[in-house]
Design a protein around this ligand. Structure first.
Ligand code: ZN
Length: 262
């Protein structure tokens, strides 16, 4: 069986189980399969199967650049130290350069500033992550984590009345204490993608918990030593207003691209 035929068959199997776009509230047909996290997040593109979701083309295609940026940030620490790893990073950088003009410039911290800050280059590059372009792409990726893990946990598409609140934290946020360490106390033990003996917990792990009589769920996804996403999904957006006071944007189903559109 040819590779593309095999791929088509695999996609058909995912869409059989998940026929509606997980990002659109349950009434838009899924026509594509979205991997969350994306294949490019993983060294040598070796990604165990699992966490593959039905998605409409606008949601899947429209967030490809967010996936690309997340892969770059996710793979920035630790530096793989291998030639193959370096080449893969180069190709991610060049894809970003071609597709998202200005983003790399926005993230660049001059080498002198890095070393003045006591940063050792063998740890990987230190990147500025508060710029507008990187923030909007990472925010979009963080929303995807909320929608997709909600589906994985409940096997239900988050309904139209629902929403996701999500925030991503860089490794710097962890050092400075901006990352809420007590989050771990609220969650079940971490899981990762695995296929037989092969597992990728050094690159990706996720944990979760249902709350509010299953009307709300909390998620944490961590990517190497690079960044983490904390997300909440609720079946009713009203739950966010009453239960959690937060200044963050709520992403309703069908609005995945709203942050990138600005
Ligand atoms: Zn969609």
């Amino acid at each position: 069986m040819g590779e593309s035929k095999q791929k088509r068959r695999k996609h058909a199997a995912v869409l059989d189980g998940c026929p509606w776009c997980i990002y659109c509230g349950g009434d838009v047909r899924a026509t594509t399969v979205d991997h969350v996290p994306p294949i490019i997040m993983f060294a040598q593109r070796r990604r165990p199967k699992g966490l593959e979701f039905g998605s409409c083309e606008p949601c899947n295609g429209g967030t490809k650049h967010a996936d690309l940026v997340a892969a770059m940030v996710g793979r920035s620490m630790p530096n793989s130290g291998t030639k193959a790893g370096g080449e893969e990073m180069e190709s991610i950088f060049s894809a970003i350069n071609n597709n998202i003009p200005g983003l790399l410039q926005e993230m660049h911290i001059p080498r002198e500033v890095q070393s003045a800050a006591g940063w050792r280059e063998e740890n990987g590059g230190l990147l500025r992550t508060d710029g507008r372009l990187v923030s909007s792409h990472m925010q979009t990726f963080a929303f995807k984590i909320g929608f997709s893990l909600y589906y994985e946990l409940t096997k239900k598409v988050l309904p139209k009345t629902g929403g996701v609140v999500a925030r991503w934290f860089s490794n710097v946020d962890r050092l400075t204490g901006a990352f809420p360490q007590d989050v771990f106390e609220h969650l079940l033990p971490p899981n990762t993608l695995r296929q037989g003996q092969f597992e990728v917990s050094d690159q990706f792990a996720y944990q979760w918990r249902l709350a509010e009589e299953e009307r709300m769920a909390m998620f944490l996804a961590t990517f190497s030593q690079s960044f983490a996403v904390i997300a909440f999904a609720a079946t009713d957006r009203g739950l966010f207003d009453t239960e959690t006071k937060h200044p963050f944007k709520i992403c309703a189903p069908g609005e995945l691209m709203s942050v990138l559109r600005g």
